[in-house]
Design a protein around this ligand. Structure first.
Ligand SMILES: Cc1cc2nc3c(=O)[nH]c(=O)nc-3n(C[C@H](O)[C@H](O)[C@H](O)COP(=O)(O)O)c2cc1C
Length: 250
């Protein structure tokens, strides 16, 4: 297991309904240092929300509550059996308990709190990016998970949501004891990441920063690292089951 953070630079970002064990294993064999399973819906509320999302045609992992723990352990095992990649798991939950339970599973190196998804079925129940406008809830979730987790803890956020203070949110996540801050530096109206925001977050925090959004070639990967990200993550560029550039050149 790679746990030395200097060795972990290239991360597969989560894609619900896509990034299962087999997909992550394939990406790990192509050179990703850390792969992210999920996002999984892991409590009654988010499982129900996921079913509604699935019903309107978006990809989701639809796993029954009684099977979720075993299923995540099985998916992590698929990756660990044939690669050295670190395994993170992106989790949607309104309560900390399932996240803490999953942090104890064999094969899980990182639990990632999803403060990112914007589907209304999830935000209506206070999950995903709704956590970024309910900072007391975010602090509570993070505090409980950090206190009791057996794995490292990441928080994935979506940047540039009108009304949110991304620097304040980043400091809360750092001060709450998270190991990693995973930022989707989405820049509304642009097909590129908000590198200036990454620079600003780096300037006001010391947390290990995973920069995400619109990395599709060596240039955009380097730009994200040059802006101050400690690691980069990639989602859509892998959707075809491949990566259109040589990760070893980053
Ligand atoms: C089909 C799909 C499903 C996604 N599901 C999740 C998810 O469950 N949890 C999450 O944090 N991000 C999710 N994302 C967001 C990606 O992890 C990533 O933040 C976003 O696509 C921007 O990165 P990219 O430009 O490299 O694709 C999803 C993205 C796509 C395209």
């Amino acid at each position: 297991m790679k746990i030395d953070e200097s060795e972990f630079i290239i991360v597969l970002a989560p894609m619900a309904g896509i990034t299962n064990g087999e997909f992550c294993k394939k990406m790990a064999l192509l050179g990703f240092d850390m792969v992210t399973l999920g996002g999984y819906n892991v409590d009654d509320h988010t499982i129900e929300a996921g079913r509604k999302i699935l019903a309107r045609g978006r990809p989701e992992f639809d796993i029954k509550k009684e099977n979720i723990i075993l299923e995540i352990e099985r998916q992590a095992e698929i990756i660990k059996n044939s690669t050295n990649a670190m395994v993170s798991v992106n989790l949607r939950s309104v309560s900390p308990d399932p996240i803490i339970e999953i942090s104890k599973l064999k094969g899980i190196d990182v639990v990632e709190i999803n403060a990112h998804c914007r589907q209304p079925e999830l935000t209506e129940i206070g999950c995903g990016q709704a956590l970024l406008s309910n900072l007391d809830k975010l602090k509570y979730l993070l505090d409980e998970v950090v206190k009791k987790s057996k794995s490292k803890v990441s928080v994935k956020i979506r940047a540039n949501i009108p009304g949110n203070d991304d620097l304040k949110i980043s400091r809360i996540i750092q001060d709450g004891g998270a190991d990693y801050l995973h930022v989707d530096a989405m820049k509304p109206g642009f097909e590129m990441a908000d590198y200036q925001l990454i620079r600003s977050i780096k300037g006001t925090t010391d947390i290990f920063l995973i920069g995400n959004n619109s990395i599709r070639n060596i240039e955009t990967a380097r730009e994200m690292l040059d802006a101050g990200s400690n690691a980069i993550s990639i989602a859509r560029a892998t959707m075809g089951g491949n990566i259109p550039f040589d990760l070893s050149l980053i």
